[in-house]
Design a protein around this ligand. Structure first.
Ligand SMILES: [Cu+2]
Length: 339
């Protein structure tokens, strides 16, 4: 017993000393490489993605900051700071924007290289996730989130002969300032008291803010009147006031297909979707309620968005509902239907 123990101990210590020898040589090789190729000591920049209020209801949909100047060969690591999912995506010039579920060719887990020739994207990132992109060539590159169309930025990759205008401390301060400004944006109509119409709920509010690097937006992931009372036979209308973010009004279990309305939804003459519920156990799903995207000269115009969903309640009861995209952020409500 004792013999085999001491034998395995000496074998282990020999292996350990050999391992240290190898590490020592690698260390020397690394130092030699730094002397010969000083560009290996390149700066590594940091930025954050998203910011949110403590109750998760206010989501800053933004790269913070959304404009960064770096040198060729350097990298930027983005860290997710919000529960709403985002992507870090660099499309090639003129590339058709793909849905975030499709990703672009070159999809990477936590690291990508982008020089403008092949698109690079992360998958859907959540709170705490990190994604690093290395930029081996000079250029001015547009940064986008494939989930949120008003969430863009610019990375200026300069030749080492050019001086950089800012340091990391500046970007850290800028990220703080921009996220604070976004989360404090005053959004009108957040409470239903601002609305003169009866039986209406605002399903999401938002605002878009521009910077020199691109655009940021704020979305309030809440229903304006989360507990509303109506009478049997009444029709309640949900309207979105968010310029970009989609929401749903979903009674019953969350469907597989979130984008399209459930088969029991009809379309009113004015284009609004409409469902009828005869008991709290029935299900109806609005599909995405979202305004039309901004149009661009020279391209086919986008169709009008579907921004309203109506539900007629024929029987009394308590009808809970969610936004199936943002229920995890607390976007839920209920309708109390009195006789
Ligand atoms: Cu929502």
């Amino acid at each position: 017993m004792a013999t085999s123990d001491s034998h395995s101990f000496s074998a282990r210590s020999m292996r350990t000393s050999r391992l240290f020898g190898i590490i020592g040589k690698l260390h020397l090789l690394f130092l030699a490489a730094l002397v010969m190729f000083p560009e290996l000591l390149l700066a590594q920049w940091n930025a954050t993605i998203g910011a949110q209020s403590d109750d998760l209801g206010r989501q800053a949909l933004a790269f913070l900051p959304n404009e960064i100047w770096i040198h060729v060969g350097e990298s930027i690591t983005w860290t997710m700071a919000a529960n709403e999912g985002h992507t870090v995506t660099f499309l090639t010039s003129g590339q058709i924007r793909p849905p975030f579920t499709v990703e672009c060719p070159g999809f990477s887990a936590s690291f990508a290289t982008f020089d403008g020739s092949t698109c690079a994207t992360s998958g859907l990132l959540f709170q705490g996730d990190k994604f690093t992109v290395v930029f081996p060539g000079a250029g001015n590159f547009k940064l986008v989130c494939l989930v949120h169309s008003d969430m863009t930025g610019t990375i200026h990759v300069l030749d080492p002969s050019q001086s950089l205008p800012h340091d990391q401390a500046f970007y850290d301060r800028e990220a703080q300032r921009e996220s604070g400004d976004l989360l404090r944006v005053e959004v009108t109509g957040v409470t239903n008291h601002d609305h003169h119409l009866e039986n209406t709920v605002i399903a999401g509010h938002g605002d878009t803010v521009a910077t020199g690097g691109g655009s940021d937006s704020l979305s309030v992931m809440r229903f304006s009147d989360p507990e509303i009372t109506v009478h049997a036979g009444d029709t309640l209308e949900w309207t979105t006031d968010d310029p970009t973010t989609a929401h749903t009004i979903t009674f019953g279990p969350e469907p597989q297909d979130l984008e399209d309305p459930s088969s029991n939804v009809t379309v009113d003459a004015d284009g609004a979707r409409h469902g009828v519920l005869n008991s709290p156990s029935e299900a109806v799903h609005s599909g995405f309620i979202q305004p039309a995207p901004q149009d661009r000269t020279g391209l086919a115009q986008a169709p009008s968005g579907v921004t309203r969903f109506r539900v007629t309640f024929s029987k009394p009861g308590i009808y809970p509902y969610i936004c199936s995209l943002h229920d995890v952020l607390g976007m839920k409500g209920s309708v109390v239907v009195l006789p």
